[in-house]
Design a protein around this ligand. Structure first.
Ligand SMILES: Nc1ncnc2c1ncn2[C@@H]1O[C@H](COP(=O)(O)OP(=O)(O)OP(=O)(O)O)[C@@H](O)[C@H]1O
Ligand SMILES: [Mg+2]
Length: 384
């Protein structure tokens, strides 16, 4: 039996990060080789023939994609799994690296290391040397509470799920400390974000979510309910979220995430990865001001305006700012206006029924379907 330890080459220009990775990988039993420059990394990769290569694509001497390209073009390293662990989170960067032949791209964060350790054995088994198929990720958020984010997330997911029977739609409720999608759809079982995160990472695979993510009667999607109460939210193993999301993305065609109004370290990486960011905007003055601030922030975090889907929701009534006023105040181009549905939305929610099932002939059902189609189209375009 071959007992040669598995060797990992870490190419990272940042000393602290390189040393940290080395320690973590050595603790997991790997032999670690290091390089602080791209060229040095190439030489080591060709000479030492590591089993896997981890690189920070921002290097002093070579752009990451070029490095990967050269690894792929050489017989000795054409098949060695490569993981980009980037300190910059940039979707253009990510695409360049993946097209150059990098197997995985991750942003450096507290969640990256557990995911990396989970990933290495899979990459070595050759499980994901071909780029993995991922569903379309759609994030729902708002700058202010009570603007209809959760109701729209659940109802738009319902529209997507009822369009074609074979489309697999998942909703993930990430609102902390209490999720509300479960109470909208009438879900009471035990599996939720917190209990899923308590399971062994080896357990929560794509196959697990494919088989076990519950479908609530009347709702045509699978739900990973949120935290049921603040006490549970305190127990949430935050570093497991990324792995769970990845598994659900692998097992579903559309993944809609209710992020509420949280712009936290948890939600930001997900928003950055999303194919569509549905930003729900209310019609009152304070929402407009907050929305402008949130959008400024998101832009600074590298969110591509083309992926943004600002949706004006008249949740409280007919009064309030018009579309034009809202656009002027926020600098956003509103893509869709959801009319005030008087009591319909609340009645449907209270009965745990989708609007399109409860009021199929109402204009609100038609409007929701239209928004769902537009969001899906934008998702397909961004997904490439
Ligand atoms: N277009 C609309 N017309 C009428 N009522 C609406 C509309 N949109 C949402 N509502 C109602 O507004 C209320 C708040 O909705 P919801 O809970 O979805 O908002 P939220 O932004 O998720 O709130 P929270 O900040 O509590 O998470 C619900 O009672 C919902 O039925
Ligand atoms: Mg909500």
């Amino acid at each position: 039996m071959d007992t040669k330890p598995i060797s990992v080459l870490v190419i990272d220009g940042d000393t602290a990060s390189r040393n940290y990775l080395t320690v973590v990988l050595q603790k997991s039993g790997y032999t670690v080789l290091t390089a602080s420059l791209g060229r040095e990394g190439l030489i080591s990769a060709w000479k030492d023939q590591p089993d896997i290569i981890i690189l920070d694509p921002v290097l002093p001497d070579l752009p990451g994609p070029e490095l990967v390209n050269r690894l792929r073009q050489d017989r000795r390293t054409s098949k060695v799994p490569c993981v980009a662990l980037s300190s910059q989170q940039d979707s253009q960067d990510m695409n360049a690296l993946l097209s150059a032949g990098c197997n995985e791209y991750m942003a450096k964060s507290s969640q990256a290391l557990p995911r990396l350790l989970e990933l290495i054995p899979r990459l070595l088994k050759g499980e994901s040397t071909a780029p993995k198929k991922h569903g379309i990720l759609i994030a729902f958020l708002s700058a202010k509470g009570g603007t209809g984010t959760s109701s729209l997330c659940a109802n738009i997911a319902m529209c997507l799920g009822s369009e074609k029977i074979e489309t697999r739609v998942a909703v993930m409720d990430l609102v902390l400390p209490i999720g509300s999608i479960a109470s909208i759809v009438g879900y009471h079982d035990r599996l939720n974000l917190v209990t899923a995160a308590m399971q062994d990472p080896a357990q929560t695979t794509a196959a697990f979510f494919k088989d076990n993510l519950p479908r609530v009667p009347n709702w045509y999607f699978h739900l990973l309910a949120g935290s049921p109460d603040p006490e549970s939210a305190n127990q949430l193993a935050v570093n497991r979220l990324d792995g769970i999301l990845n598994s659900i993305m692998e097992s579903h065609d559309y993944i809609l995430v209710d992020m509420g109004r949280a712009l936290s370290r948890i939600s930001l990486p997900i928003i950055q990865r999303a194919d569509v960011v549905v930003l729900i905007v209310g019609t009152d003055l304070s929402t407009a001001i907050l929305t402008q601030t949130v959008w400024e922030y998101l832009k600074n975090q590298g969110i591509d305006p083309r992926r943004l889907y600002p949706l004006q929701n008249r949740a409280v009534g007919l009064e309030g700012l018009s579309k034009t006023e809202l656009e002027q105040m926020t600098g956003l181009q509103i893509r869709f206006t959801m009319p005030y549905m008087s009591g319909n939305f609340t009645i449907a929610n209270n009965r745990h029924e989708p609007v399109i099932a409860k009021f199929p002939n109402d204009s609100s059902a038609f409007t929701l379907k239209q928004a769902a189609i537009q969001i899906a189209e934008l998702g397909q375009r961004s997904h490439g």
